[in-house]
Design a binder for this molecule. Structure first.
Ligand SMILES: [Zn+2]
Ligand SMILES: [Zn+2]
Length: 80
């Protein structure tokens, strides 16, 4: 194990402070723990029309309105 890389798990960034890379150093200062690397990728988003929060109710690229409401919205808009 190299002494010149970040001491966090699989991080291979060059260490800059206290055995950590900048990213993890900043993270540790912020969270008190450099290992908080797991991003919560599946943030529960909520449809702003019906309030559904099931991740599978959403398109991956469109998070504020669920599939259902998006469809309805599109119909509404096109019929106006
Ligand atoms: Zn690091
Ligand atoms: Zn909805």
């Amino acid at each position: 194990m190299s002494r010149f890389v970040c001491s966090v798990g699989e991080c291979l960034k060059p260490r800059v402070a206290r055995g950590l890379c900048w990213k993890h150093y900043a993270r540790r200062r912020r969270h008190g723990n450099a290992e908080v690397t797991k991003r919560r990728y599946k943030m529960p988003h909520e449809c702003r029309y019906c309030g559904v929060t099931r991740p599978d109710a959403f398109y991956p690229y469109y998070k504020s309105v669920c599939k259902q409401c998006r469809k309805l919205k599109t119909i509404e808009q096109s019929s106006m």
